[in-house]
Ligand binder design. Sequence first.
Ligand code: PSU
Ligand code: MN
Length: 308
Amino acid sequence: MTKPISPLLPISYSKEVESAKLRGAPIVALESTIITHGMPYPGNIEMARSVEAIIRDEGAVPATIAVINGTLHIGLEPAELESLAQTTDAMKVSRADLAFAIAERRTGATTVAATMIAAARAGIKVFATGGIGGVHRGAEQSFDISADLEELARTGVIVVCAGAKAILDIPKTLEVLETRGVPVVTFGQEQFPAFWSRQSGLRSPLTLNSPAAIANFQKTRDQLGIDGGMLIANPVPQADEIPRNEMEIYISRALDNAERDEISGKAVTPYLLSTIFDLTDGRSLKTNIALVENNARLAAEIAVALVT
Ligand code: PSU
Ligand code: MN
């Protein structure tokens, strides 16, 4: 079911990903928008390195995905990762502009949607991130719904996240996922998590309690010939969480500022994230790093379970 990639496409695999592919070893994809647009330097590079290390510790191989000067990279060498983390003018590329970045020889960081496309083409089945894009609050006016949701419906990759940020309209985000037939599985609890907070006040459509059960669910979907992705929501560890009522204060301030500054389109999510970092004096960044690490660990366990 993996779509082949043309041998003409400029693509480059890191050494460890190349070798993992040959051995059939488990691989976990990682996105790069979180590095360039989701976190400030040097927190972003510390996060990027530590999630890669966690994935290796679990017996899988990390593949951070990005477009560098027009080449699609599946896995970055350490120097490439460092240089991407310091880049200030990378494009934020999603399904609409992944090919544009390659065609125009640009440097682009991949969103969840674009990372899923690249991972699927490279035969990678599991992908870890922080939060997915979703239906923005006020979408009935702005029509702002992330391309991530449509990608989850069509591309067969398991995406491990910490739920959806409460900067989004979480009920509407879950509704769109249901409409598009995307399984939403929360790991180890009944409630769907809200990124910085373990609780969203909403029941998760599905719950599973082990990586093996998640892998088994995916294998059964494959047996039925059901394609498309699946979303795993992994609650942030208790010790790192910022409770929902506290977050709500920062979120509404950030949303007010975004309206005042007339932020729209692709700029909305990065704007809200950086405003919230400022408002929480960096505490949200610490939580963000902890939850991505937690997701990387679970994603690696799922990737290992899929090959056993
Ligand atoms: N949500 C987060 N952190 C992020 C993003 C989303 O909690 O860094 C990034 C991801 O790369 C995601 C993208 O795919 O933002 C979604 O952007 P948009 O809302 O413009 O589709
Ligand atoms: Mn958007």
